[in-house]
Design a protein. Structure first.
Length: 246
């Protein structure tokens, strides 16, 4: 499933540029949202994974008012994109506690890097929050986070469910249920999604043959990797490389 991002920007050319950049990297992007009111309606109807907000919307309400709404909601990360970085603007911004801040004109790599860091931090914040809110001495959220970290640092391995279960000392069904509860996906789905994300980076930034990428990421065969990549990325590895090769 693609990461959903909405862009709250009243300058169409800028919104279109952001959309083009992000869609090249498999984000699902919604634009044509030019006011705080429109953004709130969209968020309430179809909650995104991330909101990019222009501070100066040339409307009755500034982008920081949307930031206040999202701060109170506390369920969706948001990043400001603005042409202004003066003291007055930064004071307004800081009061809404955004996850990121990008000054126009920006480089594509800066936009992508900021989004990647914000999404990653917010993803792990949910695990940490569950750990903090858990009863004293409850090891479940911490153990789940340990498994997540193990997966992310051992993507070259096959990583089957039995191996992961052994790391927890829980029974397989218990481990699968708790992992799914805290992350919203099964261990198997999480492993595959992380491997495919890693493969996208390798396809974009290296000339390693696709069959070797499949081997390096622990897939049983090139055809198995091809099938899973197409299912999760809605594209073939070859086409993805052509569109994203640096």
């Amino acid at each position: 499933m693609k990461t959903k991002i909405i862009v709250v920007e009243d300058e169409l050319l800028i919104a279109l540029h952001i959309k083009k950049v992000l869609e090249k990297h498999d984000y699902e992007v919604a634009i044509d949202i030019t006011s705080v009111e429109d953004a709130i309606l969209h968020i309430e109807k179809t909650p995104p994974d991330l909101v990019l907000i222009d501070i100066n919307l040339n409307k009755k309400k500034e982008g920081t008012e949307l930031g206040n709404y999202l701060l109170e909601k506390d369920s969706i990360p948001y990043i400001y994109i603005t042409s202004y970085s003066d003291k007055s603007t930064l004071e307004k911004v800081n009061m809404t506690r955004p996850k990121g801040f990008i000054v126009k004109p920006f480089k594509e790599e800066d936009l992508l890097a900021t989004i990647s860091v914000v999404l990653n931090n917010y993803y792990h914040k949910k695990i940490d929050t569950n750990r903090v809110n858990a009863p004293d001495k409850d090891p479940i959220p911490f153990k789940v986070k340990e498994i997540v970290n193990y997966i992310n640092t051992h993507l070259e391995k096959k990583l089957d469910i039995d191996e992961l279960t052994k790391l927890t000392k829980w029974k397989k069904d218990h481990f699968t249920r708790l992992f799914s509860k805290y992350l919203g996906v099964t261990p198997y789905q999480y492993v595959l999604s992380r491997k495919i994300e890693k493969s996208k980076t390798m396809l974009s930034n290296t000339l390693i043959p696709i069959n070797e990428i499949a081997y390096e990421l622990g897939f049983d065969s090139h055809s198995n990797f091809y099938h899973i990549f197409k299912k999760l990325a809605d594209d073939t590895p070859e086409n993805y490389r052509k569109r994203n090769q640096v």
